[in-house]
Design a protein around this ligand. Structure first.
Ligand SMILES: [Zn+2]
Length: 343
């Protein structure tokens, strides 16, 4: 059996990689209050960025720009430090997984891969995470959709379904719901591809993210949705709204008044309850995370000695990895140490 790695991995505020006896964790990833020697920010979703900026931040330039646009707070960052390499995670623009090299007491080197939120699919304007390019001894992975119930159609089929749905409803406004960073850009991309002559309207929060992406990529990636002020007198516009507004009274009134239809986009669309929760007319399993099969394929491609799972169906997925695939795998429970279970 391979040796147990000597960095302890803990789920606290973010994921900590700790050395025994050291006052500071060597690396802290995606914490709200970052306290590591090195602090990794995998992407600019609010649950992955800190409230107060720590000293050494490692993230992509896109993530730094988007986080600043969303929070109004800039911070110093670097894209690499000795012993840590960032690789594309395929979740949202700028998202990165971190490869952390650590020298063990016996002189051997071990590599830890922290995925952050990730997707292996190439989709719309984004390339997926490539697990075949990653060589790691320890894999720390998010497992949002870690149950076999969550298997999604191929990306080509999904995008074709969405395109057809948009094109076939060209006589009324369509309201599409997705997070301001991530889904909203893919929906703008799909709307432009499917219906180049229809106007795309977006909320201000989506517009702010669009601007930050355009600046961070020197204009290579531009999304041209126009911010709406009132949603009156619509004809066939495609309106992109943050998911948290799906059941808002003002929005429901606008959809009814304008004769619109609502569509929701999420991996949770596999559950029929998703449609009712958002009061959607249609739903699509368009997601920025891996489905169950893609999570399994990721582990098999990297083939680590140890797997730690967190978020979503972390326990069930670790169990599948152990019982069906023979991996040493454990869910990272918040504020518990799991390393000794391997000793
Ligand atoms: Zn995320």
């Amino acid at each position: 059996m391979p040796p147990t790695p000597s960095l302890t991995v803990r789920h606290r505020d973010g994921i900590h990689f700790e050395r025994d006896g050291d006052p500071l964790p060597r690396v802290v990833a995606d914490a709200r209050s970052a306290v590591g020697e090195i602090n990794v920010v995998s992407h600019a979703h609010a649950d992955h960025t800190f409230r107060t900026a720590p000293e050494t931040v490692v993230c992509s330039s896109e993530t730094a720009a988007i986080a600043e646009a969303r929070t109004g707070r800039g911070f110093e960052f670097v894209e690499e430090v000795p012993g840590i390499e960032l690789v594309p995670a395929g979740h949202v623009v700028g998202s990165r997984a971190a490869l952390i090299d650590h020298q063990e007491p016996d002189g051997s080197a071990r590599r830890y891969c922290y995925t952050g939120d990730f997707s292996v699919r190439d989709r719309c304007h984004l390339e997926g995470f490539d697990p075949h390019a990653v060589d790691a001894d320890v894999l720390v992975m998010e497992t949002t959709y870690g149950l076999p119930d969550y298997r999604f159609p191929s990306q080509d089929d999904l995008q074709a379904e969405i395109r057809d749905w948009l094109r076939e409803r060209d006589d009324r406004p369509l309201f599409l719901f997705g997070y301001s960073l991530g889904r909203a850009q893919k929906l703008q991309w799909l709307a432009r591809e499917a219906c180049p002559d229809r106007e795309v309207l977006v909320s201000e929060s989506v517009r702010d993210v669009n601007r930050a992406i355009a600046e961070a990529t020197d204009g290579d990636l531009e999304f041209l949705g126009r911010p709406y002020d009132s949603l009156r007198g619509l004809r066939d516009e495609i309106v992109i709204v943050p998911t948290n507004q799906a059941r808002a009274d003002w929005l429901e009134r606008a959809v009814e008044r304008e004769g619109g239809l609502k569509a929701g986009f999420s991996g949770w669309a596999v559950d029929t309850s998703f449609r009712y929760r958002g009061n959607y007319d249609e739903t699509f399993a368009l997601t920025d995370h891996c489905d169950f099969d893609e999570l399994v394929a990721t582990v098999r491609a990297i083939d680590p000695d140890v797997v730690y799972t967190h978020h979503g169906f972390d326990e069930a997925f670790a169990d599948v990895l152990e019982t069906e695939f023979g991996y040493r795998a454990r869910p990272l429970k918040r504020d518990q140490t799991t390393l000794e279970e391997f000793c």
